[in-house]
Design a binder for this molecule. Structure first.
Ligand code: NAD
Ligand code: IPM
Ligand code: MN
Length: 356
């Protein structure tokens, strides 16, 4: 029997609830596909701060490196919001991405036919949308130095540095073109090259990499225009490649277009390690109520099966089961519409499992 080691990081807020739901789905996959998931649980984020004082304890990092894949729910919450940037729950997530060198974050935004009514856009705009945001995840303004808060001329200033080097841009651009080749062969590189030097270098390197991918169409687009075009003609996008901050923003937007942030999975990958995480956060406003949508994390687990474990059939099985559950009208509150069945977190997971 094949065995895979998974480190599960429930984190904060709705994290433990959607984790429980996702583990049920993985249990069903174990049965159906005769595999064994050796699951360990680790601390990250606020939960880790409360236990150990550190949002990413050494033990968690060690377990992550010993695992075949990491599956993370979400971190953060009001309780820790007044801590300095460096000590916050979010820092735990940023550090694990950096330590594992997970330079690429892949965020698919796909319109489900059953959810067309849940999109804020008109049906004719959203129907058929199938895009992929590839976000650079270990560089840019999130990690650039210098950064800090200090006194200047008698007042406080805060500053960060948006910086990208050639090799960082090159590897993410290559990945974008490779993935585009397996899809509709179009890459939109998003930057702010009309204002920022960092974007001028970004554009130059993307163009250079493109020379080896002439079968793929490349367009450059400014980030402000992209934000607008995404709501105006989302169908025109295939692969979007962009830096850390722009990718963070654009992917939330893409998520909302296709129905709800609660539906959007992601894969954070590097040369050696991989971590799978929903795009959404810890949703403190609905935490502890068993009403969160577990689908984003369940689909993140499906990406883990697909990309790291090469269990392509099982991954497709989960994706199809999600679609069938939606078609049968099962909806958590975030995607509920009159005429559909409102279910809670556990019931949504059960509805998906039933379709497996
Ligand atoms: P959020 O994504 O947590 O929530 C935004 C909105 O979407 C909320 O109204 C929330 O209820 C809703 N939502 C999100 N996920 C949902 C789900 N699965 N089902 C139903 N509704 C869902 O973003 P926020 O409110 O800006 O941030 C809350 C906390 O989460 C902050 O501490 C933030 O730093 C953190 N955060 C963490 C991650 C992560 O761990 N990857 C990502 C984003 C935000
Ligand atoms: C995300 C989140 C994180 C990010 C935060 C919580 C550090 O918003 O995964 O999109 O900005 O990368
Ligand atoms: Mn985000």
């Amino acid at each position: 029997k094949k065995e895979y080691k998974i480190l599960v990081l429930p984190g904060d807020g709705i994290g433990p609830e959607i984790t429980k739901a996702t583990l049920e789905v993985l249990k069903a996959i174990e049965k159906k596909y005769d595999v064994k998931f050796d699951i360990k649980e680790g601390l990250i984020g606020g939960a880790a701060i409360d236990e150990t004082g550190d949002p990413l304890p050494e033990e968690t990092l060690k377990l992550a490196k010993e695992s075949d894949a990491v599956l993370l729910a979400a971190v953060g919450g009001e309780k820790w919001d007044n801590l300095p940037t460096d000590k916050r729950p979010e820092k735990g997530l940023l550090r694990i991405r950096k330590e594992l060198d997970l330079f690429a974050n892949i965020r698919p935004g796909k319109a489900y036919t059953a959810l067309l009514d849940a999109s804020p856009l008109k049906e004719n705009l959203i129907k058929g949308v199938d895009l992929l945001v590839i976000r650079e995840l270990t560089g840019g303004i999130y990690f650039g130095e210098p950064r800090g808060i200090e006194e200047r001329n008698g007042e406080k200033v805060g500053y960060n540095t948006m910086i990208y080097s050639e090799h960082e841009i090159e590897r993410i651009a290559k990945l974008a073109f490779e993935i585009a080749r397996t899809r509709r062969k179009k890459v939109t590189s998003v930057d702010k090259a009309n204002v920022l030097e960092v974007s001028a270098v970004w554009r130059e390197v993307v163009n250079k990499v493109w020379a080896n991918y002439q079968d793929v169409e490349l367009e450059h687009m400014y980030v402000d225009n992209t934000a607008m075009q995404l709501v105006r003609r989302p169908k025109d996008f295939d692969v979007i490649v962009t830096g850390n901050l722009f990718g963070d923003i654009i992917s939330d937007e893409a998520g909302a277009l296709t129905g709800s942030l609660g539906m959007l999975p992601s894969a954070s990958i590097g040369e050696r390690y991989a971590l799978y995480e929903p795009v959404h956060g810890s949703a403190p406003d609905i935490a502890g109520k068993n009403i969160a949508n577990p689908t984003a994390m369940i689909l993140s687990a499906a990406m883990m099966l697909d990309i790291t474990f090469k269990m392509h059939d099982a991954a497709k099985d989960i994706q199809d089961a999600v679609e069938k559950a939606l078609n049968d009208g099962y909806r958590t509150a975030d995607i509920w519409q009159p005429g559909t069945k409102k279910v809670n977190t556990d019931e949504m997971a059960q509805a998906i499992i039933e379709k497996l």
